[in-house]
Structures are given as structure tokens and as C-alpha cells.
Design a protein. Structure first.
Length: 108
């Protein structure tokens, strides 16, 4: 990863966060909770950027339709996040496999 990649990544992140800040306050709060949850659970493909930007797209459509954020995702943010990553492999999965000693995992 070169310096240009780092700079480009920061530009993309700043643009992403500008989109978050343009959302209404209730959407921003829920987005930050989703972000916190996803960073803890850690879907491996989170860093490719499609999931966070997809959530912002979904939220922007909800704002345009004058819907409240809880109308879109329901009352349980964690359940909504679990549905988002249910088919994704997570770092938690890798950790569980490593402590069980399943084949195909790196032992340290």
C-alpha cells in the first residue's frame, strides 16, 4: 500500500462521512451505532466499502421518502446489522474457528 493509496482512502472516507453528516440527526445516531456494531463484529469484506455506502444510500432514500430511521430498520439495530452480515464471514468467525482448532485456520 503506497502513500497514494492511503491518501485516496482518506479522501473516500471523508466523502463518506460528509454524506453521513448530511443525514438528519436521528439517522446519524443510528448510522454511528451500526458502524460501531459492524466494526466490533467485523465482516471481512467491510473494508471494500460497499456495505457502508449501501447503508448510506438506503438511508438517503428513506430521508427522501420522509420516513423515520426506525421505520426503515426496525427497533433493533443489532438485529438489522445481523441481517446485513448474515452471509458474510466475520473476524469473529475466524476467531471461533481458531480457538476450536478447525482445519484451514492459522494457528499462532
Amino acid at each position: 500500500m503506497g502513500i497514494q493509496d492511503i491518501i485516496e482512502g482518506k479522501k473516500q472516507w471523508r466523502a463518506h462521512m460528509a454524506r453521513v453528516k448530511a443525514l438528519p440527526p436521528d439517522y446519524q445516531i443510528v448510522y454511528k451505532e451500526i458502524q460501531r456494531y459492524l466494526f466490533k463484529v467485523g465482516p471481512i469484506d467491510l473494508l471494500d466499502g460497499s456495505l457502508p455506502s449501501g447503508i448510506i444510500d438506503f438511508f438517503e432514500e428513506g430521508v427522501a421518502a420522509s420516513k423515520g430511521v426506525l421505520e426503515l430498520i426496525g427497533n433493533d439495530v443489532a438485529a438489522f446489522c445481523d441481517d446485513l452480515v448474515k452471509d458474510s464471514r466475520t473476524y469473529a468467525d475466524i476467531y471461533q474457528e481458531s480457538i476450536r482448532g478447525e482445519p484451514g485456520t492459522a494457528e499462532k
